[in-house]
Design a protein around this ligand. Structure first.
Ligand code: GLC
Length: 422
């Protein structure tokens, strides 16, 4: 009897509890696309370790479109739309007040992550998100074609332009009529801001707005960088590049129709897929320098897991963020999707190293990547970025010279700034 009573009570409780406490949480994860096996794995873990269910919310491809969607949800203070979300490295300050303060729930995790990524997610001393993925721009190239034409991997944009011109011509003469030297992201969206940032920074033209908030873009090195990029369109890059996001560039490169491609690390494993025409033929390089005195400047990207302040079950949402922060989960995201982990320990993992030999070398590129000016420009960054990509687009389309574009951009950025960035 003594034994029976607690058991009966337990059974009663067990019957009562799940119904009272089982919630359905929503996480941003594109289950209908390539992310499917990753979303499913996370769901299994979460549903095994908590009494709750997990559903997924589909996201648009472009970062600025994702932001617009989150802003709509947050403006409505909608607690049913999404609990756990993945936000771009540049949106942490902007979305601050809509993101739950995770400080006491995750601060023990800090030593596991790249320090620059971890710091990026601290706003006014509070931890607002945990790094899920690091990103930095890199240059992909066709190893087989450089060998065939006896060329070394380029160190500067000038080398790249020369090699691309030569090999594009030779491949076309040999019958590959659609072959191009270089593809990148030329559409007017956040991705072009990343490319423009690399061109300008690689010519020592600065970061548009410096860390103290001064507008620095109107300088001859920045103008030269933009003029150089404009010279590629219609020569070594197809005019269509001005409609390309990341995936359009990858489609051309992976199809075997381009020699060089600027992209993020996720593209590597996809190019190595069993069905890929360029499998085994792809190498990766740092973004070229702007001339011998330039810098290898990779734009810092990356995605962070955080919890909506409007979540109705913040404890369960935090549990999900902790699952997403584990080494095993981040390794899995890499093995399945080629997404570079934000956890430093995964870079020592033998399976990870075997799958993408370049990754260990790129650890330093990740650690030193150049941030877009989202911190100094605060809540104005979306406008700043729009002005950056529009200036880039104007030069690529021949509507402005580099010199005109940087002068106009200086005016625009100063107007957005007003007396101070807020
Ligand atoms: C990648 C980067 C992100 C950037 C985006 C631009 O997803 O991680 O930071 O904003 O590309 O397209």
């Amino acid at each position: 009897m003594k034994k029976l009573l607690p058991a009966a009570l337990g059974a009663l409780l067990f019957a009562a509890l799940p119904a009272a406490h089982a919630d359905t949480l929503k996480m941003a994860c594109n289950i209908s696309g390539a992310m499917k096996p990753f979303c499913e794995h996370v769901k299994q873990r979460f549903e095994k370790e908590t009494p709750h269910k997990l559903e997924f919310v589909e996201m648009p491809a472009a970062s600025d479109e994702k932001l617009a969607l989150f802003q709509q949800i947050f403006a409505a203070k909608d607690g049913n739309a999404v609990d756990v979300l993945s936000i771009d490295v540049i949106w942490v300050g902007l979305l601050d007040k809509h993101m739950l303060d995770l400080t006491d729930k995750v601060k023990d995790l800090e030593p596991a992550f790249f320090p620059n990524n971890w710091k990026n997610n601290i706003v006014n001393g509070r931890i607002k998100a945990v790094p899920g993925q690091v990103d930095a721009g890199m240059m992909y190239y066709r190893k087989d074609l450089l060998e065939k034409y006896k060329e070394q991997p380029p160190k500067t944009w000038e080398d790249l332009t020369r090699i691309a011109t030569k090999i594009q011509k030779a491949e076309r003469d040999a019958g590959q009529k659609n072959f191009w030297g270089f593809v990148f992201q030329g559409k007017a969206y956040e991705g072009l801001s990343c490319d423009v940032m690399e061109w300008v920074a690689s010519y020592n033209g600065g970061t548009f707005v410096d860390p103290a908030g001064n507008v620095t873009i109107n300088n001859p090195k920045a103008a030269k960088a933009l003029n150089t990029a404009a010279s590629w369109v219609g020569t070594i890059a197809p005019k269509g590049v001005m409609g390309y996001q990341e995936e359009e560039s990858r489609a051309v490169f992976q199809n075997g129709d381009a020699l060089f491609m600027r992209n993020w690390p996720y593209a590597y494993l996809l190019t190595q897929d069993a069905t890929s025409p360029v499998r085994g033929k792809v190498g990766v390089l740092p973004i070229p320098k702007g001339g011998e005195d330039g810098l290898h400047a990779a734009t810092l990207g990356g995605w962070q897991w955080g919890v909506s302040t409007y979540s109705k079950n913040p404890d369960a949402a935090v549990k999900l963020v902790r699952i997403l922060s584990e080494s095993d989960t981040q390794k899995r995201a890499f093995m399945l999707l080629g997404i570079p982990p934000a956890r430093v320990d995964t870079y020592q993992d033998a399976e990870v190293q075997a799958k993408a030999p370049y990754l260990a070398e790129f650890k330093d590129v990740f650690a030193n990547a150049v941030p877009r000016p989202s911190t100094p420009t605060r809540s104005q960054f979306p406008k700043v970025s729009k002005a950056m990509f529009n200036a880039g687009y104007d030069v690529l389309s021949g509507r402005a010279t580099g010199e005109q574009a940087v002068a106009d951009l200086e005016d625009k950025l100063k107007r957005i700034k007003g007396r101070e960035w807020k």
